[in-house]
Ligand binder design. Sequence first.
Ligand code: ADP
Length: 247
Amino acid sequence: MKTMFKEQGSSPATAKDRSPRVRFRELSAGYPGRAVLHQLDAHIPALAITALVGPNGSGKSTLLGVLAGVIRPTSGELRHDGDRPPAFVPQRGAVGDALPLTVRQTVEMGRWGDRGPWRRLTRLDRATVDTAMQRLAITDLATRQLGELSGGQRQRALIAQGLAQESDLLLLDEPTTGLDPEARERIATLLTELVTDGVTVVQATHDLEAARSADTCLLLHDGHLVGQGDPEQLLTASTLARIWQPA
Ligand code: ADP
């Protein structure tokens, strides 16, 4: 993993002092016949963890898809300040149990962006895959099928696939949802370490504990950005009650 950590000052910079890794203005996006995101203005600070928070259907995954370049904005501006394509870690549920893939094959797919699926991996690619697996402590699971794993193990395999892409921007969709506290904690610690190594992390999450431990958050409601900034200040009981109230 490339090191791009730039902060050297005596007092740690807060997320709002950091330069943007991604910025967007009046960004709208959605699906054919379905507008989802409406005129969002925000930025994703570099070398920080940003949580995308909001109720189900508020547009978190759609925004991740836009940041990943999978969903094209219908209007507005989106600017990336980075030299690598983002790495996208999908929701565990979106990855079929029935796929006959081993953990190692799953992680190797992270090299396809550079290599293409039909070219043999180089020695360097294999070393990158090994490092990603070690980092997620899944080396012992290399030959196991994805479908046989626990939720936490499968999540780690998917994150390792993301790391194998060696991007400076890691986008994760609900990485801790449904996991036990130990598995959640493990992933939270890893994400913090990745930031120290020079990676910008964005995670969509329902998990308020994960959101509160992020450096900054974007709060979505019904496709609108209704708040951005320090999670502790933003995610107050009254705001949450207002946003999460049943329709
Ligand atoms: P969240 O991640 O916050 O749960 P999503 O971004 O998944 O929200 O969904 C936002 C809205 O977009 C929802 O109303 C959802 O039904 C709709 N949506 C999501 N994916 C698609 C799709 N592929 N086609 C059409 N509508 C979609």
